[in-house]
Design a protein around this ligand. Structure first.
Ligand SMILES: [Zn+2]
Length: 156
């Protein structure tokens, strides 16, 4: 090998502030990073895949779901992660974009809220004691999903 870049990184081991499952869509990546910092998540274990929380809520197949669950398991085991942030976003291509909701942002948000809650339930079943928080990223910010209330209520 031949060194092609110099950069000094902290080498000591760490406890992850949270494992963050989010979509790889570049349009929301800056907002996501800024949001995490604002939440005090300075050392996230980022699990960045197409669809983000969809891989748990509505996976394309068992492999996809199991792979993501294994990533969460590894974050817990290797970095003593106690919190997971489940995230999805507006106009996500894996859901057919905003067009799949006829451009209705409210309907899209309601659908994502149900998806995020389903993903959270799966994580809580698989990892009792894990703290799970759900967020929907749109093009003007981030909304938190209240996991204590019933399905079909609007995102505040
Ligand atoms: Zn996406």
């Amino acid at each position: 090998m031949r060194k092609v870049f110099h950069f000094d990184s902290a080498a000591e081991s760490y406890v992850a502030d949270a494992a963050v499952l989010c979509c790889f869509d570049h349009r929301i990546s800056l907002a996501t990073r800024k949001f995490l910092r604002k939440q005090g998540i300075h050392r996230p274990d980022m699990i960045v895949v197409a669809g983000g929380a969809k891989t748990l809520a509505s996976p394309r197949n068992d492999f996809e779901r199991d792979f993501i669950l294994e990533q969460v398991r590894m974050s817990i085991r290797l970095h003593r992660t106690a919190r997971v942030f489940l995230m999805s976003h507006s106009d996500c291509a894996t859901y057919g974009g905003l067009a799949a909701f006829e451009g209705d942002g409210g309907r899209e948000a309601a659908h994502h809220q149900d998806e995020l809650r389903r993903g959270a339930r799966l994580l809580q079943e698989q990892f009792p004691g894990l703290s799970v928080e759900c967020f929907f990223v749109s093009f003007d910010g981030v909304a938190a999903v209240d996991l204590a209330v019933e399905d079909n209520e609007q995102i505040a």
